[in-house]
Design a protein around this ligand. Structure first.
Ligand SMILES: CC(C)(COP(=O)(O)OP(=O)(O)OC[C@H]1O[C@@H](n2cnc3c(N)ncnc32)[C@H](O)[C@@H]1OP(=O)(O)O)[C@@H](O)C(=O)NCCC(=O)NCCS
Length: 177
């Protein structure tokens, strides 16, 4: 059974190893770079029998109006709805939590490379907000466009009463893409 908990300093080493081994675009990332990147971030890890199978990081921006989220799941655990079910569960914390009361959450998907990321964000109810042309450049010179996805608090289905969530899911299933 997958368990989710806030990550701590002690988890960051194993999170780095997961990112390095399984996340695209991490060829040039060193442990120091990774630790610096997540130094001010909070978030959750997903564990299966104590083994790290994924994580979700959250970068908040002062004065706590918005946050950027990023999820990574170990490849053999992808497609099992771990991203979907665990991300759904964090929206209460993001939009209605004791600590966070955000207006907006956003995320990026790399064009042409991470179809699952785009699908996950779309399934969660994020809206496509725009194309960040050449938003990612790697040390070897390769450049990629990014799609920016955003969700406003009032658009978030997962903090609404169950009956409204059911309606939202039904409407999505019948929507013609
Ligand atoms: C993006 C990622 C976190 C998705 O996690 P996951 O647990 O595998 O996703 P889920 O199983 O919850 O699937 C969510 C949706 O994406 C779809 N999906 C998942 N993997 C897919 C794949 N390989 N191809 C097509 N669709 C896929 C699922 O069918 C589901 O859609 P549905 O709600 O219509 O059924 C995972 O693929 C990953 O770690 N990718 C590398 C890191 C990354 O790109 N992160 C950016 C995310 S912000």
């Amino acid at each position: 059974m997958i368990r989710m908990r806030f990550f701590t300093e002690e988890d960051k080493g194993v999170m780095f190893r997961l990112a390095k081994a399984h996340e695209p675009f991490t060829e040039h990332v060193t442990p120091d770079m990774f630790l610096a990147r997540i130094a001010d971030q909070e978030g959750w890890i997903f564990e299966d029998d104590g083994q790290l199978v994924g994580y979700l990081t959250l970068s908040t921006f002062q004065p706590l109006h918005s946050a950027l989220i990023h999820a990574t799941i170990r490849p053999e655990y992808r497609g099992l709805w771990i991203g979907m079910s665990n991300l759904r569960a964090v929206f209460g914390h993001l939009f209605n939590g004791d600590c966070l009361d955000l207006e907006k959450v956003y995320a990026y998907a790399v064009v042409g490379e991470t179809y699952p990321a785009a699908k996950l964000l779309d399934s969660l109810g994020f809206q496509r907000e725009g194309l960040d042309r050449r938003g990612l450049k790697l040390v070897d010179g390769r450049v990629f466009d990014l799609v920016r996805y955003g969700m406003l608090r009032e658009e978030c289905p997962w903090i609404k009463p169950r009956s409204e969530i059911r309606q939202w899911l039904k409407a999505r299933r019948t929507r013609v893409h």
